[in-house]
Every structure is written in structure tokens, then in C-alpha cells.
Write a protein that binds this ligand. Sequence first.
Ligand code: AOF
Ligand code: ZN
Length: 375
Amino acid sequence: MASAAEDKRFMAAAIRLSLRNLGRTGTNPSVGCLLVKDEIVLAAGVTDVGGRPHAERIALAEAGEGARGATAYVTLEPCSHHGKTPPCADALIAAGVARVVISVLDPDERVAGRGIAALEAAGIEVETGVLEADGRRALAAYLMRQVNKRAYVTLKLAVSADGLLGRLGAGQVAVTGPVARGQVHVLRAQSDAILIGIGTAKADDPELTCRLPGLADRSPIRIVLDHDLRLPLYGKLALTARDVPVIDVAPEPPGFDDADDRSLLRRRAALDSTGVEVLQCNPSQLDSLLAGLASRGISSLLVEGGATVARSFLDAGLVDRIHLYTGPASIGESGVASPCVSGAMPPGFSLRRTMRFGPDLFEEYERDEECSPAL
Ligand code: AOF
Ligand code: ZN
């Protein structure tokens, strides 16, 4: 019988493994599973790209007969439903697994405790809630969409030493170095969608794709908040919209009654012709936008710019996590102030970890539980 410390050690490894396919499993969570016997890992599985096969099936296939009598460490309760794949609980039972250790219960109403019940009914010993806080963190986007029906929001800010985000009218200003920028590309790869405001789209002409070697196939959907349909037709976003989707969020369709409306309609038709999708949703109603994105299967949203957009998400109470990068250089005059800087964060957020990427400081802040929607 494994000790509590051993259970935590193997669960920590399973959680770490689950991060491998974060952002690549569609609406399905990226789950990690280890099969362990006599303190030796026999097999490991992580939910496959696209969401199937599930983690347990991959690990069981690898272990073969060796799974008999083993302990399975799974970051999410094994499924009990016949969805696109048969239940993992049945597969664990059939393989003769003796014990199943789970971090987080699955809120999917087709599962919700039934996975555990099936395992226990078959005489398997089940332990739940092991490293649950870490497990929830790794599954946060999935849990947010399942339970709260909205996308989980990470706000990323790159701030100069004097607390500024960039220089007005100067286009992209390098605030952080290449290692920190590489980290942002990893974060992009783990996110289902990335969002900026029209001001940033016009000033910076960003591409917003993930351009790290080995991760270039993992670009998120790109979203622009664009009240007046001003997204440049010949900017990088519109020009690459047929390769990586771009959603331009604009208010209700205009009427036909005045010249302004007619020009909006013309711009809309022009955007359509580039492959950009115009999504009708008031860009000021961020909660309905996040709900709309969730209903399209977008669980994680990375908000990347600029100050106005960051502030509106913060003011609406819709930021779940902040990734703050602080570079060593100052921007000085005509700089745009960041809504938050190291040591002066909005109330309700706590520092969770700090790292150095070359000359840059990275800090991750998480929303305090009492200020977060229930997960
Ligand atoms: C597991 N292991 O690795 C994952 C699970 O459409 P399906 O059949 O793929 O089912 C999707 C649901 O399965 C999803 O909502 C969640 O409840 C569960 N995901 N379960 O046992 C896994 N990814
Ligand atoms: Zn399953």
C-alpha cells in the first residue's frame, strides 16, 4: 500500500505530464495517467491531441498485462460514459487495476461521480482529492467552461521598468528579451484563443501566432475587439486569416439607413472576403463574449493587449490569472501606463510564483478563491 507521500509524488508527475497536451485536446481536458506497481512507473498516458484516446487507454495499452494489480494515478476522474470513446472506468476494471488515485472529480454531467462509483462497485480501492489544488490548476480552463460556461482568462502584460506597456504611436516596443518572449509563445500554444483590442491590432500589426520550433502547429484562434470594424484588410491578421482563424468582434449589425451604417456594411463585407469571421457581440459585454466563446468550445483565452482591453477585463472581474513580465529598460515619455505593475496589483490577486527569464522578471498572479467563480 503506497504512502500518502508516494501518492502525492506520482500524482505530481501525472499532473506535470498532463500539461504536455494542454491546448491541443479541443474541448476535452488534457488528462495525465500513470500506472505504477511497486513504486515503478509501468506506463504513462496523456489525452491525445484532438482529445482521444483518453489518457487511461493510452497508459493501459502501453502496460498490457502488467496493469493487473497496479495503481492508476489519474488527474481527472476516469470517465464512465459512452461518448466518442467507451468508458475509461470499464477499461481500468477490465485490466485488473487494483487501486485508482484521482486528483479532481469530473464535473461533466455524464460522469460526475459515476466513474468512481463504477470503480468501487468492481472492488477497486479509490482515493480522491490528491494534490487537488494543483490538479484544478492544470484543468482550470476545462473546469471553467464546464462549470461556469465561460472561457478561463489569462491576462499577459509586459511592463517596462517604469511601469509602461509601450510608447504611443511607436508600434511594437521590445520590453522583454527573447527568453520571456519564448515563454509567451508557449502560453499561446496552450491557449485556445488570444485576444487583443483594435488599437493594438492597428498600432502593432501583430500576427499572434505561436512561432516556437515544434510548437508552430499550435496557434490559437485570434480575436480582435473591434467596435467599428477597423481591422486593417492588409494587416498580418487579415492576410493570414485563412491559415489561422481570426474573429473580429463587433456590435450588432448596422441598419441600412445612413451613410455611416453603409460604410460599416462595406467594411464588414471586405473583412468577410479576407476570411476574417465577424462575430456579432457587443465588445463591451465581455461576459457574454466569454460565454459565446465557451459555447464554441474555447476554454482558455489569453488577453494580450493593450492597456484599454486589459483594464476592461480587470474592471469586469473577468481575469482569472495574470502573467506579468517586467523588463529592465525604461520607456519614458509618451509611454502607455500599465493597469498593474509588480507590487501594485489589483485587489483579489495573489502572487503564486516568480521566475527570472534572463534580465526579465516573470510573476504569476492568481485570483483568490473567494473572488473567483466556483469551479
Ligand atoms: C478520461 N480521460 O483522458 C479525458 C476525459 O467525447 P469523449 O468520449 O472523448 O468524452 C469527453 C469527456 O471525457 C470530457 O467531457 C470529460 O468528461 C472526459 N475526459 N476522461 O477518463 C481523459 N480527457
Ligand atoms: Zn475516458
